[in-house]
Design a protein around this ligand. Structure first.
Ligand code: AP5
Length: 206
């Protein structure tokens, strides 16, 4: 099962992709995580991507399409995968058509005010990729893997607003793109995490 997770920043794509991938034993391919790793390792791609990410802008299509093309050729993608955060523009979606056959597109739908609250309170582990929200951490500052949790630079207030604007202008048109192809399943992403998980499992199991 080859799945795309669509949805605005903070909709819960990463949170749910981790759980669904663990349940189905398929890889989570998060372009955001790949880029953040490249930044941490100071690769040429990472250095180029950093200025876009810090400004809340999208990394150029050509860069991201090459990353995904290469990643999907790896052995662990043979039995399916979740694309978390790709595609994000119509040119990316068109390029993906020449790279992979997608079975379903899950769109997590959440209102902007809720997204802002989620992102401003998000804490992440840069080692294992786990995601938390301060309201549920009870003062804990470390990940279950032992690493100190941090706030992503692009979760600062001003950048969050830029990311939401970019989502509405450049990524939201993909809802229509995949609706027309009959692949879109919209899930209310404002529900509790377990309910969302069950709804997505029902969709991906067909
Ligand atoms: P990326 O890392 O993909 O960021 P994003 O799409 O903005 O998504 P987020 O990771 O912010 O949110 P999420 O939906 O995964 O939510 P999460 O589960 O963490 O991309 C970062 C940047 O990289 C982009 O801005 C761009 O520059 C670049 N980039 C990446 N891909 C690209 C591409 N294809 N093209 C060009 N550029 C690209 O949840 C958020 C918070 O809410 C957490 O605190 C979580 O605990 C909480 N939460 C989750 N679910 C619930 C719930 N049901 N109820 C209450 N709280 C919840």
């Amino acid at each position: 099962m080859n799945v795309i997770f669509l949805g605005p920043p903070g909709a819960g794509k990463g949170t749910q992709a981790q759980r669904i991938c663990a349940a189905l034993n398929i890889p989570q391919i998060s372009t955001g995580d790949i880029l953040r790793r490249a930044i941490k390792e100071q690769t040429a791609t990472g250095l180029k991507a950093k200025e876009y990410i810090d400004a809340g802008k999208l990394v150029p299509d050509g860069v991201i399409i090459d990353i995904v093309r290469e990643r999907l050729q790896q052995d662990d993608c043979q039995n399916g995968y979740i694309l978390d955060g790709f595609p994000r523009t119509v040119p990316q979606a068109e390029a993906l058509e020449g790279i992979a056959k997608i079975d379903v597109v899950v769109d997590l739908d959440v209102a902007d005010e809720e997204l802002i609250a989620r992102l401003s309170g998000r804490r992440v582990c840069l080692k294992c990729g786990a995601t938390y929200h301060v309201s549920r951490l009870n003062g804990e500052t470390k990940c279950t893997c032992g690493e100190e949790l941090v706030q992503r630079d692009d979760d600062k207030a001003e950048t969050v607003l830029n990311r939401l604007n970019v989502y509405h202008s450049q990524t939201a048109p993909l809802v229509d793109f995949y609706q027309k192809k009959g692949l879109l399943k919209v899930i209310d992403g404002a529900q509790d995490m377990d309910t969302i998980f069950e709804s997505i499992m029902a969709v991906v199991k067909g």
